[in-house]
Design a protein around this ligand. Structure first.
Ligand code: NAD
Ligand code: MG
Length: 402
């Protein structure tokens, strides 16, 4: 019996994970739910709690405590509210944890889960971008393992032969190109929130959908790949592949490139993580290549989509710059969704933030006690807070100029 916790159970990845567990038909036999954690959607979280009866159910939003209690009624379920309770639940002993809270809000809970020795199915790429190898080292120091949920990294994980690491010439991340593939900078001046929220292949949460439209998502994934697989920026490239069938590739020095293919359905990489090191048998969507007919490829357009270039610069700069990129992007995505800035301004403000950021010195590796030291996580949260303040200043300056 494996105890499973899902951080972000009410989101797109969380719901896909629960659906997959249902489809295995092994809930209650092979799997039992330890913790379900949601942010604000109290109705869905309660519905999940009543169905799956986890040992603990936590709602992040403390303001909805009384509504949460009222809806749970006397179902005999343990519930809690607020950020501390989220981290405590995330840090409970479990065998497998899905880290799928979106954005920097996922950092502390993911960090807590990383200290439990569980297999960490990592969807919350933002925490890896901000903590880098320190997150992976924390997981491994506690006897756990990080398995990437992101479809691209999951693909690479499946085809990267650890015994031949020095024979790898390149990691090739594929990118759908998002809803604005083929558009020029000029075309992108006036795109709307509704247009940006229409992803051609994947159905996902709002933040990652906007990130896919700007290619910030591929930028975050670029950084994610560098940390996960411990490879430098010049050994990672991005290939636009609009059909999202090839999820990524590893190119070896002997001339072979290995790819993983699948339907664009997140339950496929999630099922790989769930069953690792085995594979499970479920009614997975089959890939019908003949029906698809054509797969196409192109170079990314860095002029129309500068976020990819900025992410690479952030990775190369190191020393907290990926956290700056992430924080500035998160603030800008929210401002775009709130219709306070235009689509192209996302990259403009992120670039300004990267130029203006004052970075504290990051704790050096020697000072980090791998078992207990939270230095990297705390320093990421500090940078995140400073950048949020800086973004306020940058927005105000730009309003003054306008
Ligand atoms: P989503 O917005 O659909 O869901 C986010 C989840 O996080 C929700 O359950 C929400 O309630 C929870 N949450 C938000 N703030 C919280 C807080 N303060 N405390 C507790 N819970 C909180 O997002 P998503 O699309 O499921 O993405 C989740 C993560 O997975 C992101 O980091 C994203 O980049 C990554 N990811 C998603 C996909 C996808 O297909 N959706 C693919 C690859 C990677
Ligand atoms: Mg991805």
């Amino acid at each position: 019996m494996r105890r499973i916790s899902i951080l972000g159970s009410t989101g797109s990845i969380g719901v896909s994970t629960l659906r997959l567990l249902d489809e295995t038909g092994r809930l209650g036999e092979d799997y039992v739910i330890e913790a379900l954690i949601g942010g604000r959607n109290v109705e869905l979280l309660v519905e999940q709690a009543l169905k799956y009866r986890p040992a603990i159910t936590v709602l992040g939003d403390a303001a909805q405590w009384s509504r949460f209690r009222e809806l749970i009624g006397n179902a005999g379920l343990a519930i809690a509210c607020g950020e501390e309770a989220v981290c405590a639940a995330a840090g409970r002993k479990a065998d497998w944890v899905m880290a799928a809270i979106v954005g920097i809000a996922g950092l502390k809970p993911t960090w807590a889960a990383a200290g439990t020795g569980a297999v960490l199915a990592l969807a919350n790429k933002e925490s890896l971008v901000c903590c880098g190898r320190a997150l992976i080292e924390r997981v491994e120091a506690h006897g756990g393992r990080v398995l990437p949920v992101d479809s691209e990294h999951n693909a690479i994980y499946q085809v990267l032969d650890p015994s031949q690491r020095d024979r790898v010439s390149r990691l090739i991340l594929t990118a759908s190109g998002g809803p604005f593939l083929g558009r020029t900078r000029e075309d992108l001046k006036s795109v709307t929130v509704e247009q940006a929220l229409k992803h051609p292949n994947w159905s996902m949460g709002a933040k990652i959908t906007i990130d896919s439209a700007t290619l910030a998502n591929k930028g975050l994934e670029f950084i994610e790949a560098a940390y996960l697989f411990d490879v430098p920026a010049d050994k990672i490239s991005v290939l636009v592949h609009p059909q999202s069938v090839i999820h990524s590739m590893v190119e070896y020095k002997d001339g072979s490139s290995l790819a993983q293919l699948g339907s664009p359905d997140m339950r496929v990489p999630i099922s790989y993580c769930l069953a690792w090191p085995n594979r499970i048998d479920w009614q997975a969507p089959r890939l019908d290549l003949a029906a698809r007919g054509t797969l196409t490829f192109a170079e990314p357009d860095l002029d129309a989509f500068p976020m990819l270039r900025l992410a690479r610069q952030a990775l190369e700069a190191g020393q907290g710059m990926p956290t700056v990129f992430n924080a500035a992007n998160e603030v800008c995505v929210q401002a775009f969704l709130d219709r306070k800035i235009a689509f192209l301004q996302i990259a403009e403000f992120v670039e300004s933030a990267m130029m203006r950021a004052q970075l504290p010195s990051i704790p050096s590796k020697d000072h980090v006690n791998r078992d207990t030291n939270d230095g990297m996580m705390i320093s990421a949260l500090d940078i995140d807070r400073d950048i949020r303040r800086l973004m306020g200043e940058l927005f105000a300056e730009s309003r003054l100029r306008a």
